[in-house]
Design a protein around this ligand. Structure first.
Ligand code: AP5
Length: 221
């Protein structure tokens, strides 16, 4: 099974990716983590990525494709189940994906209210490397700002400041959300690499969102 999670900042893409990884062994390719790995390197590309992320803008399509395409090529056939988190995020990126040879069984569109995501994202702490996320209000770590599993420090992402979150939401509405309609049209005309798009109510509780996704996938638990 190959699936894609699409949704606004804070819609729960990372959270649901972790759930599906734990329950069914999905191999997760998280676009932002792949991009962040370049930020550790002291190079022009890493600096460009950091500047875009910190400003709440998308990293350029060409850079994203260079990074993600190599992951997809290497990893798509190495695992029984693959999940893309945060790619595609623009109509250009969708086109790039459609030019690839992989087909995707589902795109899950995590539909969520704007106000809910601002609260969720501004309030969370994350462990960047593992991608683990915590909602400090509803699901706090056992010890404040310490990762329950590794004992490492949890951080407040620079781009989780409220002004940047609002910018990320605006970027999402302008560049990413049009993908939903485009994919619907492609499916209706039998084109593109995505076979089905399903809207999920991502305002629901985390487990209810997971159940709604699993109900479509039909995996035995
Ligand atoms: P990225 O890190 O992917 O940020 P994002 O898309 O803005 O998404 P988030 O990680 O903030 O949220 P999420 O949907 O994963 O929600 P989460 O599960 O964490 O990207 C960062 C930047 O990288 C971008 O701004 C851009 O610059 C760049 N980038 C990445 N991909 C790119 C691409 N393809 N092209 C160009 N640039 C790219 O949940 C959020 C919080 O809510 C958590 O605390 C969680 O516990 C809580 N929560 C989750 N679900 C629920 C629920 N149902 N109820 C209550 N709380 C919930």
């Amino acid at each position: 099974m190959k699936i894609i999670l699409l949704g606004a900042p804070g819609s729960g893409k990372g959270t649901q990716a972790q759930q599906l990884k734990t329950k069914f062994g999905y191999h997760v390719i998280t676009a932002s983590n792949a991009l962040r790995s370049y930020m550790q390197k002291d190079c022009a590309l890493g600096q460009e990525i950091r500047a875009n992320m910190d400003a709440g803008q998308l990293v350029s399509d060409a850079v994203v494709w260079q990074v993600i395409d190599s992951h997809i090529k290497k990893e798509a056939n190495a695992y029984p189940h693959l999940l893309l988190d945060g790619f595609p995020r623009s109509l250009n990126q969708l086109e790039m994906l459609n030019r690839g040879r992989e087909t995707y069984d589902y795109m899950f569109y995590l539909d969520v209210d704007e106000q809910a995501v601002i609260e969720r994202v501004c309030g969370r702490r994350v462990h960047i490397e593992s991608g683990r996320v915590y909602h400090t209000k509803f699901a706090p770590p056992k010890k404040a700002d310490i990762d329950d599993i590794t004992g490492e420090a949890l951080i407040h992402r620079a781009d989780d400041a409220e002004a940047v979150v609002k910018k990320r939401i605006a970027t999402y509405l302008e560049k990413t959300q049009p993908i939903v309609e485009q994919v619907r049209q492609a499916i209706a005309t039998g084109s593109g690499q995505i076979k089905k798009i399903i809207t999920i109510n991502a305002n629901a509780k985390i487990d209810a969102v997971t159940e709604a996704i699993i109900a479509q996938l039909g995996h035995a638990e």
